[in-house]
Design a protein around this ligand. Structure first.
Ligand code: BGC
Length: 441
């Protein structure tokens, strides 16, 4: 029976090579429509930043607000692609020790941004920065803010949040300029003359800057973590005389074929209809897709042998995480630190389902990257380097290999033109580089 169930799922979740090509073509079409300000699921936000030259230098504050953590650092850029973190702090957005879960609708914008200003104060106090810099007597320290949500901006130091995603729901931020919210919180914290936010950037743009600071060949940067998105260097963006990094907001791509489970997950999410691509493939959602599939098979009586009942907490959404899937694939019959009483074939079936989801995720990302490469270079005559960051890519067994296989299938004989390199933890450094670019322009 398992074999039959798995075959059906395999059919639903597989993306054969011709489909990689058609998704890539759809992605390229949406990209080009969005770039020309026509209707598209890709928002194609200009970042107002060019690629760095690698010689940017100085001391900057970097703040990174993602879907799972807040991080702050004082970073000294040394030029020639070199940098040093003078201090760094991070904390998870969800409740641990005294800090509350900052993602819920019970938390206000002021409370959230006060926490961000506090972490900036702490990181400054912990660093060995020259006291005249901290006191503000030699002018405020420029701050770059990597903000990993869809926002629009007319200038580098502003970012008006369009909508939350990754299940964050903090009140009073949507429609507001996060640059102004941060500046106001810094004033409340007594840091008004010490720190000046000069650049708001998306985390994929930050990843781009960090990777390109060291390697001028990087022309695409993607995040495959809690969320998913890709930026690239556009040579001919309408309205820009020079090349500009564009944040595609690819997580919102709407033309990939969905299964019943994808549709259910979307309907039950905090933002139905939005971020459909991201919900099919990123770390925030893979565990939930897995939970919904397993629950459905179980309720249909298709997954019963020794596994007589699923643990009660499986009825609650988002109780299975991407990390659980990684452990399952590594052979642990455990979810949420609780072991599952399973037979060997049940464990095999669950592993197979997890593997199908992960493989599909990598193939979807590969298709979107191919769409970008084809836009940049239709005949694939030049080499391209994609910088990748994110917990799913780094931590999920087999993910990076699946991505490479899918890229080579999708690029057919030209796969040698694309190289993929890990650029781990680039958000903070990228925020510092953005602050440097803003200060020197
Ligand atoms: C956000 C993007 C972000 C990506 C990766 C998505 O949910 O919309 O802005 O770049 O996650 O963090």
């Amino acid at each position: 029976m398992f074999a039959q169930v798995l075959r059906k799922l395999e059919r639903e979740l597989s993306i054969p090579q011709p489909q990689i090509l058609s998704i890539a073509a759809g992605f390229q079409a949406h990209l080009e429509l969005g770039l020309n300000r026509q209707e598209s699921s890709l928002r194609m936000f200009p970042s107002y930043l060019q690629a760095p030259n690698g010689y940017e230098a100085g001391t900057f504050i970097a703040l990174d607000f993602g879907g799972s953590n807040v991080r702050a650092a004082v970073i000294q850029l040394k030029g020639e692609g070199d940098f040093q973190e003078l201090s760094r702090l991070s904390f998870p957005l969800s409740a641990t020790d005294s800090r509350r879960d900052l993602r819920t609708s019970a938390v206000t914008a002021e409370e959230l941004f006060d926490c961000l200003a506090e972490i900036i104060l702490e990181v400054l106090q912990n660093s060995s920065v020259n006291p005249s810099l901290i006191s503000g007597t030699s002018g405020p320290l420029p701050l770059g803010f990597a903000f990993s949500f869809p926002y629009c901006q007319q200038k580098l130091e502003e970012g008006v949040l369009l909508n939350w995603d990754k299940e964050v729901k903090t009140s009073g931020v949507v429609g507001k300029d996060v640059g102004q919210l941060l500046s106001a919180a810094l004033v409340r914290q007594g840091l008004g003359i010490v720190v000046r936010p000069v650049a708001i950037i998306n985390d994929t743009v930050a990843n781009f800057l960090t990777a390109a600071y060291k390697d001028p060949n990087v022309d695409i940067a993607t995040i495959i973590g809690t969320g998913h998105n890709t930026s690239y260097l556009e040579q001919k963006a309408p309205g820009f005389a020079a090349p500009v990094i564009i944040n595609t907001e690819s997580g919102n791509f709407s033309a990939a074929p969905q299964t019943f489970y994808d549709q259910m997950l979307d309907l039950q999410s905090a933002n139905p209809g939005e971020q459909r691509f991201e919900k099919m493939l990123s770390g925030k959602y893979l565990g939930e897709l897995f939970r919904q599939i397993v629950l459905d098979l179980f309720q249909q009586g298709l997954l019963v042998r020794t596994l007589n009942s699923l643990p009660a907490h499986w009825n609650r959404p988002y109780t299975v995480s991407g990390k659980d899937l990684a452990e399952l694939l590594a052979g642990k019959a455990e979810v949420d630190n609780r072991s599952l009483p399973m037979s060997d074939d049940e464990l095999f079936a669950l592993q197979r389902i997890a593997h199908l989801l992960i493989k599909r995720s990598a193939r979807l990302v590969a298709a979107s990257l191919i769409g970008i490469v084809r836009h940049l270079d239709p005949h694939l005559s030049n080499p391209h380097t994609v910088a990748v960051d994110g917990s799913l890519y780094e931590g999920m067994p087999g993910y990076s290999q699946e991505l490479i296989v899918a890229l080579s299938e999708g690029l057919e004989g030209n796969a040698f033109q694309i190289s993929v390199k890990l650029s781990a933890g680039g958000s903070l450094t990228g925020a510092a580089i953005a602050a440097a670019l803003a200060s020197f322009n």
